[in-house]
Design a protein around this ligand. Structure first.
Ligand SMILES: [Zn+2]
Length: 302
């Protein structure tokens, strides 16, 4: 039997990050939230669409039919693949083609992709900060002034699974890719149209303003945050929810062979690195972090 423990990791950073969202002027009782967090986690449904970490209100959200949360939903996995796995020349390819490949892989493997727009989506921006700002995400990941913070957080989340060689490999791939960032990301505005055409009804439309005041990283398999209810019970304060277990599951599904261990590790590394960089692009580093982990009762009792 296993139970769940929620740990408080303090603020994302004591440095100022480039993102706009701040919890500097709001009181967030993270320990209180941690003590009641389990009540806001529900079992994921395999047939439900993958969601973004975005904490905003989804009017169509059905708490009994929730998919896991990862940055930019399924298209976000495409960039992790490009940086961590792809053996092609990094100077070729586009985010659009990589997203197409990833969406098709999801569908072939029986995983439900997903993504979202928002109220303000237009011809220029799709409304998902992790897609609209993906060039910034990449730029922050390789920014020398942010790299210490970045590495510290990736290490904290991956623990014993942190591999320095993988970290440096993805960082290097990010640097090479950034040299042609505008070309690589040029078709990103069409990615959600692509997703809609490949997987009808997989794109949500989120409403209202960003009011994320806390970050929750979830390691407990097959569970996810009931984000609408969390926000409505916390005075409108939303949470960025990242289901890290999902990235590990995707890695196992995309690279199932025993000989693909390196690819699995590199994919998870790239996904976690991009998640931290996404938080750097969206927040000023002042949000507190909770980590939800499974605890093996037999181990803790003995
Ligand atoms: Zn998003």
């Amino acid at each position: 039997m296993s139970s769940v423990q929620t740990l408080h990791l303090g603020r994302l950073s004591d440095n100022k990050w480039p993102g706009k969202l701040s919890a500097e002027d709001i009181f967030v009782d993270a320990l209180q939230i941690a003590s009641q967090l389990d009540g806001y986690y529900v079992t994921t449904q395999p047939s439900a669409k993958t969601r973004c970490i975005d904490g905003r209100h989804d009017p169509a959200l059905d708490e009994n039919n929730l998919g896991p949360q990862v940055p930019a939903g399924a298209p976000g996995a495409a960039l992790a693949y490009r940086l961590g796995i792809d053996k092609d020349d990094l100077t070729r390819g586009t985010f659009y083609d990589d997203a197409l490949m990833m969406i098709e892989s999801y569908l072939r493997l029986g995983l439900m992709p997903g993504g979202h727009r928002d109220d303000d989506a237009d011809d220029v921006s799709v409304g998902c900060g992790a897609i609209d700002g993906v060039d910034n995400v990449l730029a922050h990941m390789i920014d020398p002034s942010l790299v210490e913070d970045h590495k510290r957080l990736v290490k904290t989340l991956l623990g014993d699974d942190f591999n320095r060689d993988h970290y440096l490999r993805v960082l290097g791939a990010g640097l090479v890719l950034s040299s042609r960032s505008s070309g690589y990301f040029s078709g990103r505005g069409e990615i959600l149209d692509l997703l809609e055409s490949k997987a009808p009804h997989s794109v949500s439309r989120l409403k209202g303003h960003h009011q994320e005041g806390i970050v929750i990283i979830n390691f407990v398999p097959d569970t996810t945050l009931a984000s609408n209810r969390f926000a409505s019970d916390h005075g409108g304060m939303q949470a960025f929810g990242y289901d890290l277990w999902r990235s590990k599951q995707i890695a196992r599904t995309l690279f199932p062979l025993p000989s693909q261990g390196l690819d699995r590790e590199r994919f998870v590394m790239a996904r976690v690195m991009l998640t931290i960089a996404t938080l750097m692009a969206l927040t000023d580093g002042s949000l507190q972090v909770l980590v939800r982990v499974p605890v093996d009762e037999e181990l803790t009792e003995s």
